[in-house]
Design a binder for this molecule. Structure first.
Ligand code: AG3
Length: 280
């Protein structure tokens, strides 16, 4: 039997049975592996860390897309930084009339996910609302004049190519790319195991935005409890939208989801004390 052992935390490990290896090679930027597991279906790993799986991707992608878009309520343009598997783009474009730009550093991730993980991206890269730019996301937000209502940072962990996407400079450039009242959300790790990551992001975002917080969802293959998503905006009302308002917007958008619903949306901003304690 072959097992994949994740190399992310020093004293804690996720192991997944590998029943079939579909792809394993170095792209220009990262070591990319796609294999099959009986519980999660196809699994994508980058540099030995699980990025997404067919089985549980919906939890992560639904939450990181629908919470900011529906909290905003009038988003027309969304920027996704990273997200080469297409899962975030797919959820984003379920909102009709919305245009999304995806900036991915590694074209190999897009090509290989289109080939081996079609269940996640569902050919979304070919859809009319999607613009794909192959570039370093940090450079893109530093240089572009484009403005967005929502920016979703669908990154790896702050190791290797993803590290710059957790820096104060990057957050500052994101703020510059937001329309007034726009919302920035980020993949911010599993706070039980990645404490410094949450505290660092909090401290770097706090001076830039009027409202900085996190929201949570449990994603089985991001092991260790809740995953945290960063939340930063000058629109202080956005995080406090009542269930009734979110329900009205969600109902209007006319699609169904497997994890996200308006009650979960509102409840995901409730933070356990061990997470609050990291916001210092
Ligand atoms: N990237 C987020 C991977 C986070 C893994 N971190 C962890 N387990 N602590 C997701 C990319 C999916 N589009």
């Amino acid at each position: 039997m072959t097992w994949f052992s994740e190399q992310l935390h020093a004293n804690y490990q996720l192991r997944l049975l590998v029943t079939k290896t579909l792809f394993q090679e170095k792209t220009e930027h990262q070591d990319l592996q796609i294999f099959e597991n009986p519980v999660f279906g196809r699994v994508l790993t980058l540099d030995g860390i699980v990025q997404t799986t067919e089985g549980d991707e919906f939890i992560y992608h639904e939450m990181l897309a629908h919470v900011p878009i529906l909290a905003h309520g009038q988003a027309k343009r969304v920027l996704i930084v990273g997200g080469g598997d297409g899962g975030m783009l797919k959820q984003t474009l379920r909102h009709k009339g919305l245009a999304a730009t995806l900036v991915e550093i590694d074209p190999g991730v897009i090509d290989l996910c289109r080939k081996y993980l079609p269940a996640i991206g569902e050919n979304i890269f070919a859809s009319p609302g999607a613009r794909v730019i192959i570039a370093d996301g940090a450079k893109y937000v530093a240089d572009t004049d484009d403005k967005y209502d929502v920016i979703i940072v669908d990154s790896t962990d702050p190791l290797g190519p993803g590290e710059v996407l957790f820096s104060a400079e990057f957050y500052k450039d994101c703020k510059r790319c937001l329309e007034p009242g726009g919302i920035l959300v980020t993949q911010n790790g599993v706070p039980f195991l990645q404490k410094a990551e949450l505290t660092n992001s909090y401290r770097r975002l706090l001076p830039l935005f009027k409202d900085v917080s996190f929201f949570l969802a449990p994603v089985p293959t991001y092991a260790g409890g809740f995953m945290a998503f960063g939340w930063a905006t000058d629109n202080e009302a956005a995080r406090k939208q009542p269930v009734a308002v979110i329900t009205e917007r969600f109902t209007k958008s006319g699609f169904s989801t497997r994890y996200y619903n308006p009650e979960i949306h509102v409840a995901s901003f409730a933070l356990p004390n061990y997470v609050r304690a990291l916001m210092a």
